[in-house]
Design a protein around this ligand. Sequence first.
Ligand code: PSU
Ligand code: MN
Length: 306
Amino acid sequence: MAFVSPVPLRPRSTAVVAAALERGGAVVALESSVLAQGLLPPHNREAADRMMRAVQAAGATPAVTAIVRGEPWFGLESEALERFLARDGVRKVSARDLGIAMADSADGATTVAATLAMCTLGGIEVFATGGIGGVHRDAPFDESADLVELARTPVIVTCAGAKSILDLPATLERLETLGVPVVGYGTDELPGFFSVTTGLRLTARLDSPQAIARAWQAHRALGRTSAMLIVQPPPADHAVPVDIVERATVAALEAARAAGIRGAAVTPFLLADIQQRTGGRSVQANLALLENNARLAGQIAAALHS
Ligand code: PSU
Ligand code: MN
C-alpha cells in the first residue's frame, strides 16, 4: 500500500459550498446525524429545508456534512440527500468512525463530534445543531464524544443546550473542566433542549451576533483551541413544559434499559421513544429549535465576515 501523507484531506464540496469557501465567505456546517438518525421522515426533510433556508436568509451558505459513499462532503448533492433522508443504509458516524466509514465506502451521517472534526478540514468556523451529546444519566461512564471534540476543535457551535435525556448538571461541569465556554444567547441559564429553563446558571451571556463574533475573535487571538458553545432556548411558542419532557424521558430511559440498548444506539433510541410518548410535540419543538439555531449560526458567520 502506498505511503499516505499525514496532510489532512480536503472534503469534496457542492458547487455552491465550494464557491463560498473559495471566496472566504460565511459558511455554516450542519450535522447529518439529526437527519438520518435523530428525526423520522417526513420531519427530517422539513428540518433540512428549514435549517438551510434559515442560514441562507442570514446571508451565509449552509453545508450539510456527511460521508457519502466513503467520501467526506461539505453539502450534499440531491441524490445523496435523498438517501440520507430515506435513512437508507446510513450509519451513525462519530469522530472515531470517520476513517472506518471511508474505508468501507459507506454512507455515514455525522454527529456533532464528527462534524466538528470535518469543520477543521475545510476552515469552517460556525456550526449549528439541535442539542449536543453529554454525560448520560444512568451511566455516567457513557459520555458523548461530542464533549472531547468540543474541547479540541475551534468552532462556534449554536445549540439549545445538551439533549434533555442527559445529566445536564454533569454535562455542564464537564464542559467547564474541558475549557469550553458556554455562552447564553439572550438567556442567563442553560436551556433544556425541548424546554426553556433548567435552573442551571451560566457564567456568560451575549446578546448579539456581533458580540459573539468579538468574543470568538478574542478566544482565537488567545490561541484557545476549544469550541465556543452558544446556547439559546427553543422558541417559546414551541417549547415543551419541563414536566412533560421529564416524564417522557424517565419512561424512555426505562424502555432503553428493558430493551438492553447500549453504546451509539442509546441516543437515537431515546429520541425516537420520546417523540412517540409526547405525541409529536417534541418533534415540533425540535424543528423550531433547529431552525432557530441555524439562523443564529448564519448571523454569527455573517458577522464574522463583515
Ligand atoms: N440531538 C438531536 N438529535 C440528534 C442528535 C442530537 O436532537 O440526532 C445526535 C447528534 O448528532 C449528537 C449525537 O452529536 O446525537 C450524540 O450521540 P451520542 O450521545 O451517541 O454521542
Ligand atoms: Mn455514548
